[in-house]
Design a protein around this ligand. Structure first.
Ligand code: FMN
Length: 368
């Protein structure tokens, strides 16, 4: 099937950003995804990977925020991605910030959002997850309500209620649009939070991987603190990372000054540098997911070489459409073969290892 996205793009770009997003979700729910994504072909074996005892057909996933209320996770999987992440979902429904709150920075291939966890709440997500076919990997990204006075209780509530319906959990302590949320990344608070969440996960969904998603805007000390608590807390992975509150000087869009989290191309370099640093600080022992500005096979490959076992993207889809997923997968397979790697796992972290012979990640192997 041809890629029809170039025909639809002008219509979507003419709409306000949030209206365009709603229309995209509707179109996916109506089953129109393959029309714009082009024909799907089976993934080459070189892209397959077993992580946390789960078979990922390829390492390219959809980042949180695209499908906040789990409306279309299976339609996203049908676009050819290896996994999809729903959420951030909050325990109780909440509206988020006043509109407008989502801005395209066309000149910079970037987006600024200050959505503020608009969420239909856990009950709506659960209703949808209960009836979906359990094929393909769908993670659930959990947040806290803005007016919550006990953030830990919100995350524990999320893990308890989602239980075995998630293929993995993400504890999101890094969105910039919920006041106080990123303070949960401080060493003692994070250590305490993660230990509590791991205990509940062990009780209700033992074996379901639990990841924490961090911000790119961390001081050197905070980065070291997170790496130090990650292993002992018992979490299974780290997503590096969320949107940034920084505004790199190269931005040219008139909307660059809008308040909120910046994503897309300008985030690629800083988030990849942070990824490599977290890989080194954790000794390559905890699987990492690289997110931030992935818009090509070369970008995905760079994230993997920096230390990511999986990558995620969102903003590039806004500009390029869903056929990008197939292009990234094809190009990534070529780059791996070109450089003599037999699998994704062999390439993970090669640019971040300080010395030859670093231990490979535990629990990671190439799918046969
Ligand atoms: C509109 C929008 C909404 C987002 N909402 C969430 C969210 O609810 N939870 C979350 O963890 N990350 C959220 N993110 C961050 C993305 O998951 C991702 O980490 C970030 O955008 C970097 O990837 P990208 O440059 O490919 O977009 C959102 C991003 C965008 C652009």
């Amino acid at each position: 099937m041809p890629d029809l996205y170039p025909l639809i793009r002008p219509l979507l770009q003419a709409l306000p950003a949030e209206a365009a997003h709603r229309l995209t979700i509707r179109a996916l729910a109506w089953g129109l995804g393959p029309l714009v994504a082009g024909r799907g072909v089976p993934d080459p074996a070189i892209l397959g990977q077993t992580l946390w005892s789960r078979e990922f057909p390829n390492p390219v996933g959809i980042a949180a925020g695209f499908d906040k209320d789990a409306e279309v996770p299976d339609a996203l999987l049908r676009l050819g991605c290896g996994f999809a992440e729903t959420g951030t979902v909050t325990p109780r429904p909440q509206r988020g910030n006043p509109k407008p709150r989502l801005f395209r920075l066309r000149e910079d291939r970037a987006v600024v959002n200050r959505l503020g966890f608009n969420s239909l709440g856990l009950e709506a997500t659960l209703a949808r997850l209960r009836v979906r076919p359990r094929a393909g990997i769908v993670g659930v990204n959990l947040g806290k309500n803005r007016d919550s006075t006990d953030p830990a209780a919100d995350y524990l509530d999320g893990v308890r209620r989602v239980g075995t319906l998630a293929d993995y959990f993400v504890i999101n302590v890094s969105s910039p649009n919920t006041p106080g949320l990123r303070d949960l990344q401080h060493r003692e608070i994070l250590d305490d939070l993660l230990r509590q969440v791991v205990a509940v996960r062990d009780a209700v969904a033992s074996g379901t991987p639990l990841l924490v998603k961090i911000a790119p805007d961390l001081t050197a000390g905070e980065r070291a603190d997170i790496a130090a608590v990650a292993g002992p807390s018992g979490i299974d992975g780290i997503i590096v990372g969320n949107t940034t509150v920084a505004r790199p000087p190269e931005l040219t869009s008139p909307l660059a000054g809008e308040q909120g989290g910046l994503s897309g191309k300008p985030l690629f370099a800083p988030s990849t540098t942070l990824l490599g640093e977290i890989y080194r600080l954790t000794g390559g022992k905890i699987p990492l997911v690289g997110a931030g500005g992935v818009a090509s096979a070369a970008d995905a490959y760079a994230k993997i070489r920096a230390g990511a076992s999986l990558v995620q993207l969102y903003t590039a889809l806004v500009f390029e459409g869903p056929a990008l997923i197939g292009r990234i997968k094809r190009g990534l397979a070529e780059l791996l073969r070109r450089d003599g790697f037999a699998s994704i796992g062999d390439a993970v972290g090669v640019d971040s290892r300080e010395s030859e012979g670093s231990a490979p990640l535990t629990g990671v192997s190439a799918a046969s």
